[in-house]
Design a protein around this ligand. Structure first.
Ligand code: C5P
Length: 226
């Protein structure tokens, strides 16, 4: 289980399709996030699935267990390939959502967000009042995720080794080529480094979508990572 997922952070489907045209015949794994989903609704997911794309629907569910589970059922019924929730919602929330999703399709991967890759050590301590280190926090959230029966976590590639040790898959954003800027990300690595660290899936947004040649950037990611 290893792939490059392109983060399709576009305002609307016109911009998404303009981008997908540049990929030609490629049918990569796509991550549809809140921006596009809230603009276009569930139909965009059905359209992309019908065209043969695998979809990671990145809605990062976080609410009381009952609400998250009901929302997860709606999402699972769209036939998406990866669904995520926030690990900070707790074991009961994750367990209930995961069980409901797997009853609809046992092959859907259910993963949890540990700490956003935009979170710095300073922010963890000063804003979130978490005095443990980033690694300790991610590890505890991953242990909770495993207890809840999920398949894996979203984390920085830098944390992939801890996740692998726990027997979970890691889906890792925060990917940049060595000549890219970091933008708002804090904990970043190259696709090659992510491979060395044992990431299962890398999530790549701007390094591909903002590239002058997105197809070449995508193929470079595949070559480095797979
Ligand atoms: O453009 P870039 O490669 O930074 O995009 C990363 C993508 O991964 C964004 O869609 C962002 O929402 C998502 N993501 C993240 N950190 C997480 C979870 C998701 O950056 N922990």
């Amino acid at each position: 289980m290893k792939d490059v997922i392109i983060a399709c952070d576009f305002e609307n489907k016109e911009l998404l399709y303009q981008f997908l045209d540049k990929l030609g015949e490629e049918r990569p794994y796509l991550k549809i996030g809140m921006e596009l989903f809230y603009q276009e609704g569930p139909s965009i997911v059905r359209e992309l699935k019908a065209k043969g794309f695998k979809i990671f629907l990145d809605l990062k569910l976080h609410d009381i267990p009952n609400t998250v589970t009901k929302a997860a059922i709606r999402i699972a019924n769209l036939g998406v390939d990866i669904i995520n929730v926030h690990a900070s919602g707790g074991i009961k929330m994750m367990e209930s959502a995961c069980k409901a999703i797997k009853e609809i399709n046992k092959d859907t991967l259910v993963i949890a967000v540990t700490q956003l890759t935009s979170t710095s050590d300073q922010m963890l301590k000063e804003e979130l009042l978490i005095n443990n280190t980033m690694n300790e926090t991610v590890k505890q959230y991953a242990i909770n995720t495993k207890k809840a029966g999920l398949d894996g976590v979203v984390c920085s590639p830098l944390e992939a080794p801890i996740i692998k040790e726990l027997g979970l898959i890691s889906v890792t954003p925060g990917i940049r080529f060595s000549d890219n800027t970091k933008d708002d990300q804090v904990r970043v690595t190259t696709p090659l480094k992510a491979k060395e660290l044992g990431s299962s899936f890398i999530v790549v947004g701007r390094a591909i979508t903002a590239s002058e040649n997105p197809k070449a950037a995508y193929l470079k990611c595949i070559k480095e990572f797979i």
